[in-house]
Design a protein around this ligand. Structure first.
Ligand code: PMP
Length: 363
């Protein structure tokens, strides 16, 4: 079979080297004679794996010592409710910034759990000259007391990314499900960062939480024990049986990231991949991006064909050329190429060539 490049938004492609290693050691991990799926999460070998994973993630993201790193269940949405349950006891209020569908979904969950009166929400996306752009308000000018402000710096469905940091008087909580580890960030600016694993980390179901120690003193709501950050900290993310295979693969992805040069190298590669793809979209009249250049996601490149009648032909021919999962999210239509860390430059080049040829043939 010739090379397939998988542009799925998530679960997304994982680094080939990681998949090959996992395949080789599937039945006999670490000379145990059994699969990593079949051993106790409390065995000393598995605990060593988790410690290495945490230490590698700390190095990769330069996580300060006053932050805990948790490996939890429930993906991204699990954290929509976990943050509310953990930080909004006794009628505490929170501010949510909305820049696309996932931050909106987070608001809906927060309203459901904490009540609409306790959740304020600001839409931070405007359409200027036909392109969507973000303007983050100066939060220091808002005369209210919030437990936290929540936002999503990379909106997977909409293809919108926020590169600037928030100037906030309250702890910042960020849903980095689709851009964690894609570029350098200053962790110390955040009260809590979470990410569903299935884009830049590993298989779905797992989520990573990076939480500043002092956040754990905020009053919590009554909640399920497995989503309780304090219990997760006290039990080294093993209050109940963790998703061990996902954790193992995440550990392998972190090792791979280190071996190829870490987040700094990834950022350079991601800048280059996104540049080549957006250049193609901008240079050919055949395609259009609805996002202003300063907010174009490096991870999820959304675009439309100017003649949408050609959408299905485009998708079918792309598929035949080995370029799969380019259909935009059902809520927004059009196309979306997700080019996370694992997508090699050759995949983007193959897509650019396909798009250029397709435009020439169908002009
Ligand atoms: N947040 C973002 C930014 C996402 O992209 C996604 C999933 N695509 C989620 C949250 C929800 O993640 P999950 O399906 O793991 O609950």
């Amino acid at each position: 079979m010739s090379a397939i490049f998988n542009f799925c938004a998530g679960p997304a492609m994982l680094p080939q080297a990681v998949m090959q290693k996992a395949q080789q050691e599937l039945l006999n991990w670490n000379d145990q004679g059994v699969s990593v799926m079949e051993i106790s999460h409390r065995s000393k070998e598995f605990i060593a794996l988790t410690q290495q994973a945490e230490s590698n993630l700390r190095q990769l993201m330069e996580i300060p010592d006053n932050y805990h790193v948790l490996f939890m269940h429930g993906g991204g949405r699990g954290q929509f409710s976990a943050v509310v349950n953990n930080f909004l006891g006794d009628n505490g209020k929170a501010l949510y910034l909305v820049d696309g569908s996932w931050s909106k979904a987070a608001v809906e969950e927060a309203e459901k759990l904490a009540g609409k009166d306790n959740i304020d929400c600001i839409n931070i996306v405007d359409t200027v000259a036909g392109k969507r752009q973000v303007s983050v308000p100066d939060l220091t000018k808002i005369d209210k007391d919030y437990r936290y402000v929540h936002y999503c710096p990379n909106e997977t469905v909409d293809g919108i990314e926020i590169f600037e940091s928030l100037n906030s008087p309250w702890p910042v909580i960020a849903d980095m499900s689709s851009n964690i580890l894609s570029r350098k960030i200053d962790v110390s600016q955040f009260g809590l960062i979470y990410a569903g694993a299935q884009k830049n980390i590993g298989p779905s179901g797992l989520s990573i939480v990076i939480v500043r120690e002092d956040m754990l003193a905020l009053p919590s709501l009554t909640q399920s024990s497995i989503m309780d950050y304090r219990l997760a900290v006290a039990n080294d993310s093993m209050y109940n049986t963790p998703p061990t295979f996902a954790w193992y693969l995440a550990a392998e992805v972190f090792s791979w990231l280190k071996s190829v040069g870490g987040v700094a190298e990834m950022e350079l590669r991601n800048i280059e991949k996104a540049k080549r793809l957006y250049q193609c979209i901008d240079q050919l009249d055949f395609y259009v991006s609805g996002v202003a250049p300063q907010n174009r996601s490096r991870m999820n490149v959304t675009f439309q064909l100017t003649n949408s009648e050609l959408d299905s032909k485009f998708l079918a021919e792309a598929q035949a050329a080995g370029l799969v999962a380019l259909k935009g999210h059902r809520m927004v239509g059009g196309m979306r190429a997700s080019i996370y860390n694992a997508m090699p430059l050759e995949g983007v080049d193959a897509l650019v060539k396909f798009m250029t040829d397709f435009a020439a043939k169908n002009a």
